[in-house]
Design a protein around this ligand. Structure first.
Ligand SMILES: Nc1nc2c(c(=O)[nH]1)N[C@H]1C(S)=C(S)[C@@H](COP(=O)(O)O)O[C@H]1N2
Ligand SMILES: [Mo]
Length: 230
C-alpha cells in the first residue's frame, strides 16, 4: 500500500474509533471524576499531580517477575490479533513506520511510588487499533510480554491518547530492564497495566484477567481512587 493510502486508512479508522468510544471515554474516572483524590498542582489532565497514597521518586525502580527477556530488534515482533478485522504481526521496521508520538507523562506504581514527567516516544495504542480495526464486539485487550506476563485493559482506557507502546525514553532506546525494545505505558492507570517487553495484544469480546488481576489486583486500577486491589 502507498504510504498515503495507509495514512488515510489509519485516520479514517481513528475517527471511527473516536465516535464509537468517545462517550465511554468521557465516563471513565480520569475524565469524569469531580474530586480525584491526591495532592499537588493539577497535571495536564486536571488531576492532582500525586495520586492518593503515592510518593514521588526520582529514581526509576525496576519491577518484574524475575525474568528480563533479551529480544534482538531483528527478532522482535508484535502480534495484534483476536477480535479485529485485520490481524497483523509487525516487525521492527513495520512498527517504526507507523505514526510516531512523543509525549511526557507520569508513572504511578501500585507499590506507592510515582515518577513524574517522563518523556516517551512510541506508537499510540489508538493508532495500532486503527490499523487492525477492532470488531464491534471488542471490549478489552489482553497484553502479553515476552516474559509471559499478561495484563488486561478496557478499550475505553486503552484508546486514550497518552497510552503508548514506547521504544524511546528521554531520547534514548528504552533500557531492557524497563521493558525494551518496546513496552506499553498507561499514565492514567497504575503502571502494572503497561506490559514491558510487549509481544502480543489480543483484542477480546469479554474481559479476561491478567497476571496481577488474577491475584487480587484491581481490574480497573485507577490511581486517583486508590483503586489498587479488588
Ligand atoms: N512484562 C512485564 N510487564 C510488567 C511487569 C512485569 O513483571 N512483566 N511489571 C509491571 C509492574 S507491577 C510495574 S509497576 C511496571 C514497572 O515498570 P518498571 O520496571 O519499568 O518500573 O511494569 C509493569 N509491567
Ligand atoms: Mo507495580
Amino acid at each position: 500500500m502507498e504510504q498515503n493510502d495507509k495514512l488515510s486508512r489509519i485516520v479514517e479508522a481513528r475517527m471511527k474509533l473516536k465516535n464509537r468510544f468517545g462517550e465511554k471515554i468521557k465516563q471513565t474516572p480520569s475524565v469524569a471524576d469531580e474530586r480525584p483524590m491526591g495532592k499537588g498542582k493539577p497535571n495536564r489532565h486536571g488531576m492532582p499531580e500525586i495520586p492518593v497514597g503515592q510518593t514521588e521518586t526520582r529514581k526509576w525502580p525496576v519491577l518484574d517477575l524475575g525474568i528480563q527477556p533479551e529480544i534482538p530488534l531483528a527478532e522482535w515482533q508484535l502480534i495484534i490479533d483476536g477480535e479485529v478485522e485485520h490481524p497483523v504481526t509487525l516487525n521492527w521496521d513495520d512498527f517504526m513506520a507507523l505514526p510516531q508520538t512523543e509525549d511526557t507523562s507520569d508513572f504511578h506504581c501500585v507499590t506507592t511510588w510515582s515518577k513524574l514527567n517522563m518523556n516517551w516516544k512510541g506508537v499510540r495504542l489508538l493508532d495500532l487499533a486503527a490499523l487492525v480495526q477492532p470488531k464491534e464486539t471488542a471490549t478489552h485487550i489482553l497484553c502479553y510480554g515476552y516474559d509471559d506476563y499478561t495484563t488486561n485493559v478496557s478499550l475505553e482506557e486503552a484508546l486514550k491518547p497518552d497510552v503508548l507502546l514506547v521504544h524511546t525514553y528521554e531520547g534514548a532506546p528504552l533500557p531492557p530492564e524497563h521493558g525494551g525494545p518496546v513496552r506499553m505505558i498507561t499514565p492514567q492507570l497504575y503502571a502494572w497495566k503497561g506490559s514491558k517487553w510487549i509481544n502480543r495484544i489480543k483484542f477480546l469480546k469479554e474481559n479476561v484477567l491478567g497476571f496481577w488481576e488474577e491475584r487480587g489486583y484491581s481490574n480497573t486500577a485507577y490511581p486517583w481512587r486508590n483503586d489498587r486491589y479488588s
